[in-house]
Write a protein that binds this ligand. Structure first.
Ligand SMILES: [Zn+2]
Length: 235
C-alpha cells in the first residue's frame, strides 16, 4: 500500500516576533495543508544578554504570553494537529547560546539554533548576514575590508562553535550567508564547500538535525533552499 508522505513545519514565526500571522491562523493553515505537526520558533529574546536591539526578536516581557499561547494551541488542536513549542535562538559567542539557563528553564519541545549576527574581529559594528543588502555590504567592507572569504570563514566558524556548544535540536538555515551573496561576482569563495562539509559532519556526529528551510526561496531572495546540496556529498 502506498503511504502518504508526512510533512511538518517547525521553523515558524508569528506576530510575536517577525511573522505575519497569529498562532491560531498558522495552526489552521498547517491543518489545511495536511501537515501532521507545526512548531513555533519565535526568535528568542537576546537584548538582556547581548545588548543588541532589534525589532525582529520576541520581547522578553512577552515570553510568558508566547509560551502560554502555544501551549493553549497544543491543547486546542489535540488529536488533529501536533503543536510544538520552540524557540529559534541566536548563537552569539560568549553571550548567547542554547545552553543558557533561561532557555533550559522553559522546557521547550525543541530549539532551533542559528547564526545571524557576525561580530567582526576588528571591532567593527556587528551585523546580520541575512539583513538588508546595504547592511551586509557595509559589514563586509568595514568588518572584513571587503574580503568575502574572511567573512565566509567567520560565519562558518560561528556555526561550528554553535554545534560544538550544543544544547539544541535543529540547525537553522545552515548556509543563510548565501542570501546576500548568491548573485555577487565575489561568490562563491574558495573553501566554502569544505566548511559546509565540516558542518554536515559535525551535525551527523552530534545528532543535530539540519532543517530544510524555504525562507529565502519563498521570498525570492535565493535560488534554492537552505542549505544547498554540497556537490561532493551528493554525487
Ligand atoms: Zn533565522
Amino acid at each position: 500500500m502506498k503511504t502518504q508522505p508526512l510533512f511538518s513545519s517547525m521553523h515558524n514565526h508569528t506576530v510575536f516576533c517577525d511573522g505575519k500571522d497569529d498562532i491560531e491562523t498558522m495552526c489552521r493553515a498547517a491543518y489545511k495543508k495536511k501537515l501532521f505537526a507545526v512548531g513555533f520558533s519565535a526568535h528568542a529574546p537576546i537584548f538582556k544578554q547581548t545588548g543588541l536591539n532589534s525589532d525582529w526578536h520576541l520581547k522578553e516581557e512577552r515570553l510568558d504570553e508566547y509560551v502560554s499561547q502555544v501551549l493553549a494551541a497544543k491543547n486546542r488542536w489535540q488529536g488533529k494537529l501536533e503543536v510544538f513549542l520552540g524557540l529559534e535562538l541566536d548563537y552569539i559567542k560568549g553571550l548567547r547560546c542554547a545552553q543558557d539557563s533561561d532557555i533550559k528553564a522553559l522546557n521547550l519541545d525543541y530549539i532551533i539554533s542559528s547564526v545571524h549576527y557576525i561580530f567582526p574581529a576588528n571591532g567593527a559594528q556587528p551585523f546580520t548576514v541575512d539583513g538588508p543588502p546595504e547592511e551586509f555590504e557595509k559589514g563586509l567592507k568595514e568588518g572584513f575590508n571587503g574580503d568575502a572569504q574572511a567573512l565566509m570563514h567567520s560565519y562558518y566558524d560561528a556555526v561550528a562553535q554553535m554545534i560544538a556548544t550544543g544544547g539544541f535540536d535543529i540547525l537553522g538555515h545552515a548556509d543563510i550567508i548565501k542570501k546576500n551573496c548568491q548573485d555577487k561576482n565575489y561568490w562563491p569563495v574558495e573553501d566554502e564547500s569544505n566548511r559546509q562539509r565540516e558542518i554536515a559532519h559535525a551535525c551527523a556526529l552530534t545528532g543535530i538535525t539540519a532543517e530544510v528551510n524555504t525562507g529565502g526561496l519563498n521570498r525570492k531572495k535565493t535560488k534554492d533552499v537552505y542549505p544547498s546540496l554540497i556537490p561532493s556529498i551528493t554525487t
